[in-house]
Each structure stands twice: as C-alpha cells, then as structure tokens.
Write a protein that binds this ligand. Sequence first.
Ligand code: SIN
Length: 325
Amino acid sequence: MPSTLTLPPVLANTVVILGTGGTIAGTAASAQDNLGYTAAQRSVADLLAGLPPSAPALAGITVEAEQVAQLDSKDMDPITWQRLVMAVARHLARPEVVAVLVTHGTDTLEETAWLLQRVLAPAKPVVLVAAMRPATSMAADGPQNLLDALAVARTAGARGVVVMLAGRVHAAGAVRKVHPYRPDAFGSGEAGPLGVVEEGVLRRFRDWPAGTPLGAGVLSGDVAGWPWVEIVTSHAGARGDAVRALVAAGVQGLVVAATGNGMVHQALEVALAQAQAAGVTVWRTTRCADGALVGPDAGPAAAMTPWQARVELMLCLLLSARGGG
Ligand code: SIN
C-alpha cells in the first residue's frame, strides 16, 4: 500500500510590512520640527522595532519587514510602482501571509492605493499606512498608525486595498489627501471612511474593496513602455497651448480636470478635440472636491479623481497595447 505523506498545515500568521519611505520614515534635527524634516530616512525595520513589543496588535503574529524603496512619495515613479506591486503580489501568494502593510508618503498615496487595488484586487488585506509628522517629532503619529494598520490587517474577513491614517480607514477607491498639514489628512469624499479603529478594534461602516484584478502581469516588462498620461486642468484663462505641446511631445492619454459637471474652457476644448483627432485618449473628471460627473456623457472616469483617473487610463492603455483591452 503506497504511503501518503501528510504535511503539517501552514500556520497563517505572518504579516509583511513593505517600506517605501514618506514622512512616517522622516527625520528632523529637533523633536519640535514638523516642517523642516527629510522624508524617507528610517528603514521600515527601524519603524517596526520602535513599536512596543507588548502591543496587542503584535501578539501571536510574525512580522517581516522588507524595504522596497526609500523615497518622498512626491517622487513616486513607474519603476518603484512596478517593484512594489510585484513585492505585494509575491507576499500575498505565500500561504502563511495573512496581510501586507505598505508604509508610504501621504502625498501620492491615493495613486498607489488605486494602482494596487486595480491590479491586484487582493482577497487578503493590503493596508497602506502613513504619517503626517516625522518619526522624530514629539507628536509622531506613525507608531499609532502602524499599530492601527496591524489591527485592520488582522480583522477577520478583511480584504482589498485600504488606507490607515489618524484612526480612520479609507477604501482605495475613495481615499484622497484633503489637508496639507493636519494629522487626519485623508478623506473619502461623499462615500465616507470605510471604518474607524478604536483601541485596536475596527468599527466598519462599509464593505471591503472588491473587484476583478487586472493581474500583476499587466505591469511586467520595461516600464519605459508604460503609456504617457498627463492631467490638464480647465480654469479661467485656460489656453490650448499646453495640450498642443503635450501632443507634439507624444502624450498618449489626457485626463481633464474639468470645471463643475465636466465643463472645459473653449480654448482648451478646441485643443482637446485636436488631440483626440490625433489619436490621444481624452477622459474627463471634475476638479470639484466631491461628487461625480452626472449625465449620459459622463464617461469612464466620471466618479474618479483626476489622479485616480490618470492611473486608470494608463492601465487601460497598457492593457489595450498588450491586446487585452
Ligand atoms: C511623502 O509623501 O513622502 C512626504 C509627505 C508625507 O508623507 O506626508
């Protein structure tokens, strides 16, 4: 009789924290300096080591730290996005990993969150976590945000890409930076936050983010081949010259941050029509802080912020270039 080998079940208790930089890893010369700091100085392993070992959020789990990048998120770029998406996908595929956390600067976090959600739409939680005060500040918010992110990551049934800051959890599809200085710098527009973390417990108001993943493969290969998509804004005194210059330089997609319900200055309108005729894909969004474009011509980016739409259009063009869209 053939013998069967029974392997012990894998204990799923590992959380991976991927570091990318940001203010959460920033340092200043003085504990009172919340402005003149340099972002992305401390390693994610250091941030982890700074958490109280007896914190309930750390109990009974193995936490691994990996430095994927070390940058101020204003400088986020395709190669770092590619490296991050691949790292998140690789760790999520490990059976012992229950969740992935990503430390990130607040400035472009909403763009990375949307990219991760659209590409991976993970069945496990991916929690982006940030801070508005540097690690050296007497009011550093990073450690508490990290503990809260771990609490979200460990919540039964958690899934999708979410963002943790100042006690509030935001879904990737709704989050946007709404304040340049306050510790609670993120909002979720009209949708409101997904939930709040109170004393290590998530109180959830809405469903976890879900969707069909495009798959990490969409971002594989040379990032030099990623489509070039820019954002142009309609405003008083707008001119078409910027659009014409972009088209001449080879732009492939344009997201218009239009006024109100998708209105565009007449000078810009002419240039955008010419861009479309030249083969550039043009999507409209609103520059209003809340709401979505309304009406039959609202288009595919109606409910997106201009920054989210830029990511979406880039993915859309990438897919169609590869014959998938
Ligand atoms: C950054 O986005 O990397 C710097 C600003 C911040 O994290 O708040």
